[in-house]
Design a binder for this molecule. Structure first.
Ligand code: DMJ
Length: 632
């Protein structure tokens, strides 16, 4: 007993003295004693439980799983974040700034499409239309590297050049000072135009600056609405505030008036939607909802191809008096706006109506290599007046909106991309020629197999659209074509005596001609149109080549020299060939404020985040609408 008692005593004493190793030893001995006292069954059960706990612990450890999959701890954490985001993706749109995977997805989709590895079965149907889709389900092995338009082989993640990456020439004080003086010149031009509108045409559709009066088209304050987002972008707060007040107090769509569906969609609905997005002011959304709703009767036709005109007061619609046809560009260039209206209202009827038009046009016979005729019948939904193909009036923005809808919708509607790519090939094959003596590349027209070297100023939207496509990963040679065409559009200004482009140019193709551009007497007018300035903006934003700004600056100075009316406003002119007698037309189109001056401002801005091309897509009236988060 004594030794044992002594032992216990000693053990206890040591324990109280705080000796860690001895206390541990004591606990181990005591545990061991207890373990020995258990039955064999009890011991087995405890061992089994411990084994189970060990296995569960290993299975749920992120670090260990990551190790097995070859990831580090951060990767593992991120994979959980991604899972969480996926779970909520359908509810919460991703903020644009977080969309790091933005470029990768578009370029990846394109790469697959160009390789014929995409199963084309999106919203519009299942036809393949000329692209080699034979290997549709062979997987992604052996993908070709993506070539950027600058000619570099780039990783999938970088396949789409973003404007925010390229900052050459932006920072130096001289460039910034020059940019600021040009931006101020645009603001000054806007204020001058606005003064004329305010003094003589306030609340009416268009200013007639020479007669100091106004013209009415729909009676809806067209110039004021078209100019809203331009004022916001130019930072003209006072002017914006007075215009907003007019919208709040005076603008009413409850009017017995016929409006053109296309024009009121791109100018009014587009202008209100973009102003809502830029300002967050619900006034503009409410007005957009109202005009969108009132335009819907246009789609009640036997074919669902909309009529050209709607009475927004009576809720009736009709084609023009002389025909039951609509213009192809008109019925296919209202989609960005109505799709956005559906997104904002949660009501699919707007999007369904306009996508039905795209679906039908996608499937129609009568195209030539992706090029569309100019008219479509509202009774039977077929193309009419077939055999004439142009990128100018009545067809132009069909091509623009193919690309832009694809961008707006997150680049998942493959038929839109497919039709766009096919059309660009169609342009190259059928409409591109070179002029003499300078060898300018121009886009002519085809009439029943006969080529005409006639190019509308309207076609000058094309270089900008091609460049935008390349920004989103489309083939590098589109940028080369864009650069050639913008040179041609610039020459349409530079070769005129006033330095301003005619409405239509004819290009010389015969040896011995001394000037590339010829103008017919009936085509010598200039309506203050935006297309060349628009394309200069895209080309500068995406290449940072200063010559595009310089060309734009020359054009702005010539507008000031030949179209500015001293008492306020700018006017269309009849004759760009005679600097001493331009023959003013006494009309300032609403797109001069909505588009031309806005694109001048964006062209001279060195800030690529000012209406970033990654976040916004411009409608055909220069109203920026958001690019949707991918999930929508
Ligand atoms: C504008 O209304 C639009 O840009 C449309 O797409 C074409 N016509 C004018 C500008 O020229």
């Amino acid at each position: 007993m004594l030794p044992s008692t002594r032992k216990d005593f000693v053990s206890l004493t040591l324990s109280e003295s705080g000796s860690y190793s001895n206390s541990k030893q004591w606990r181990r001995q005591s545990c061991w004693r207890k373990w020995k006292q258990l039955s064999r069954l009890q011991r087995s059960l405890i061992l089994l439980t411990l084994m189970l706990l060990l296995v569960c612990g290993i299975a749920t450890s992120p670090t260990l799983i990551g190790h097995w999959r070859g990831m580090n701890g951060d990767d593992v954490k991120n994979s959980f974040v991604v899972d969480l985001k996926n779970e909520y993706r359908s509810i919460l749109p991703e903020p644009p700034s977080e969309r790091k995977d933005f470029d990768r997805r578009g370029a990846f989709g394109l790469e697959k499409l160009l390789q014929g590895k995409v199963n084309v079965s999106g919203v519009l149907g299942d036809q393949n239309h000329g692209l080699d889709l034979k290997n549709a389900d062979k997987g992604s092995e052996g993908q070709k590297p993506i070539i950027s338009w600058r000619g570099a082989v780039i990783e999938e993640e970088q396949a789409s050049d973003t404007d925010t990456k390229d900052t050459e020439n932006q920072g130096d004080p001289a460039s910034l000072a020059l940019a600021e003086s040009r931006l101020e010149a645009v603001r000054e031009a806007f204020r001058h135009a606005w003064k004329g509108y305010k003094d003589f045409a306030w609340g009416h559709d268009e200013l007639k600056p020479i007669s100091k009066s106004y013209g009415e088209w729909f009676g809806l304050g067209l110039t004021l609405i078209d100019a809203l987002d331009t004022m916001w972008i130019l930072g003209l707060q006072e002017e914006f505030a007075e215009a907003r007040e007019w919208v709040a107090k005076e603008l009413s769509f409850d009017k017995n008036v016929d409006v053109n569906l296309f024009e009121s969609t791109i100018r009014i609905l587009g202008g209100l939607l973009s102003t809502y997005h830029l300002t967050g002011d619900n006034l503009f959304l409410d007005k957009a909802k109202e005009i969108g709703f009132r335009l819907m009767p246009a789609f009640s036709t036997p074919s669902k191809i909309p009529y050209s005109d709607v009475n927004i007061g009576k809720g009736t619609a009709h084609p023009p008096r002389w025909t039951s046809d609509s213009t192809v560009a008109e019925v296919t260039s209202i989609q960005l706006e109505f799709r956005e209206l559906s997104r904002l209202t949660g009501d699919p009827k707007y999007k369904l109506a306009v996508m039905e038009v795209m679906k039908q046009v996608h499937k129609l016979d009568g195209k030539q290599d992706g090029l569309v005729p100019m008219f479509i019948n509202t009774n039977n939904g077929l193309f009419t007046h077939q055999g004439i193909y142009t990128l100018g009036a009545r067809a132009d923005s069909y091509y623009e909106y193919l690309l832009k809808q694809w961008i707006q919708g997150g680049r998942i509607e493959q038929e839109l991309l497919e039709d766009y790519l096919q059309a660009v090939e169609g342009v190259k094959k059928n409409l591109l020629k070179k002029s003499t003596p300078l060898g300018l590349t121009f886009v002519g027209e085809l009439s029943h197999g006969h080529f005409s070297p006639k190019m509308d100023h309207l076609v000058c939207f094309l270089p900008g659209t091609l460049a935008l496509g390349v920004h989103y990963g489309l083939p590098a040679d589109h940028m080369e074509l864009a650069k050639q065409l913008i040179e041609t559009c610039y020459q349409m200004y530079a070769q005129m005596e006033t330095g301003l482009s005619p409405e239509i140019a004819h290009f010389n193709m015969h040896d011995g001609s001394t000037q590339d551009v010829d103008v017919k007497i009936a085509d010598r007018h200039n309506l203050l149109r935006p297309e060349t300035v628009e394309s200069l903006f895209y080309l500068y934003r995406l290449t940072r080549d200063k010559k595009y700004q310089q060309w734009g600056w020359e054009i702005l100075q010539n507008f000031n020299k030949y179209t500015r009316v001293p008492t306020g406003g700018y006017t269309s002119i009849n004759n760009v060939r005679d600097p001493s007698y331009t023959s003013p037309r006494d009309k300032m189109e609403s797109f001069f404020l909505g588009e031309t001056l806005k694109y001048f401002y964006l062209l001279f801005s060195e800030d690529p985040t000012l209406i970033s091309l990654d976040k916004y897509v411009f409608n055909t009236e220069a109203h920026p609408l958001p690019v949707w988060p991918q999930a929508e």
